[in-house]
Design a protein around this ligand. Structure first.
Ligand SMILES: Nc1ncnc2c1ncn2[C@@H]1O[C@H](COP(=O)(O)OP(=O)(O)OP(=O)(O)O)[C@@H](O)[C@H]1O
Ligand SMILES: [Mg+2]
Length: 226
């Protein structure tokens, strides 16, 4: 059985997939066996024949040169709305026994499995008469430790600290933060200092816009997986 790391973010479109692709590429370039798992993707690309394509997984596979078998998305929904709502629209609720099974199979196949969340940490996955499940519940059930992707710029102190506080409240171990769209300068450097001082966790890497590599060593990265 391999190790896993949960990549969440301070919100949707913050760069989880972009950073995850660099993470998986960094592991692969160091000769490690790596894979990608996502429980629910909504806002799928639609192929000419109507097939729903998991864009996040395809991006990671392309950047990190992963085989199709090392990339798993349990539920792919068409509409670009929260997975709980996309599932309601398509009458296709998530079955968490299937999610756990897919996750375990993916983890057995590879030494380092990177698990991308959907949206931010409070992302409802299923909300119907039978079950209420939010993304943080899934991280707890799968016993995942989290890495948080955040924008480097204005507003990030609030978003990062709230996410860190919530992870702690749910007992989800926090490995640290990755600041995305890093430009540097007084305010962004201060954002690093403030989130580190308030949360006690570290900003592990600063990823500039358009980065082709993760600015972090593979050994330090691999050590985050459990
Ligand atoms: N450092 C970066 N450099 C260039 N483009 C970036 C960077 N980070 C994010 N992007 C772009 O911003 C958009 C949103 O990023 P991404 O898809 O990684 O977000 P996400 O957090 O995974 O979103 P979702 O919640 O839908 O999974 C994408 O078009 C992506 O290519
Ligand atoms: Mg994504």
């Amino acid at each position: 059985m391999g190790k896993a790391l949960f990549v969440t973010g301070t919100g949707t479109d913050i760069g989880k997939t972009y950073v995850t692709a660099l993470i998986v590429k960094c592991l692969r370039d160091a000769g490690l066996s790596a894979g990608y798992y996502k429980a629910a993707l909504s806002g799928a690309e639609v192929a000419a024949d109507g097939t729903l394509l998991p864009g996040d997984a395809l991006h990671v596979a392309r950047v990190a040169r992963l085989d199709a078998a090392d990339v798993t998305v349990s539920y792919v929904y068409r509409d670009a709305v929260s997975p709980h709502l996309a599932a309601q629209i398509e009458h296709r609720p998530m079955d968490f026994a299937k999610v756990a099974g897919d996750y375990c199979r993916a983890k057995k196949r590879t030494d380092y499995l990177t698990v991308e969340g959907s949206g931010g940490i409070i992302c409802p996955l299923r909300w119907d008469d039978d079950e209420h499940v939010v993304l943080d519940d899934l991280a707890v059930r799968l016993r995942l430790a989290a890495l948080v992707v955040a924008d480097a710029g204005l507003g990030t102190i609030n978003a990062v600290v709230l996410t860190a506080e919530h992870l702690r409240a749910r007992g989800i171990p926090l490995r640290g933060f990755i600041f995305n769209n890093w430009q540097g300068g007084l305010m962004q450097e201060d954002n690093v200092r403030m989130v580190e001082e308030i949360t006690g966790a570290r900003v592990l890497a600063r990823v500039p816009h358009g980065a082709a590599e993760l600015p972090m060593g593979a050994d330090a990265l691999a050590a985050l997986y459990a």
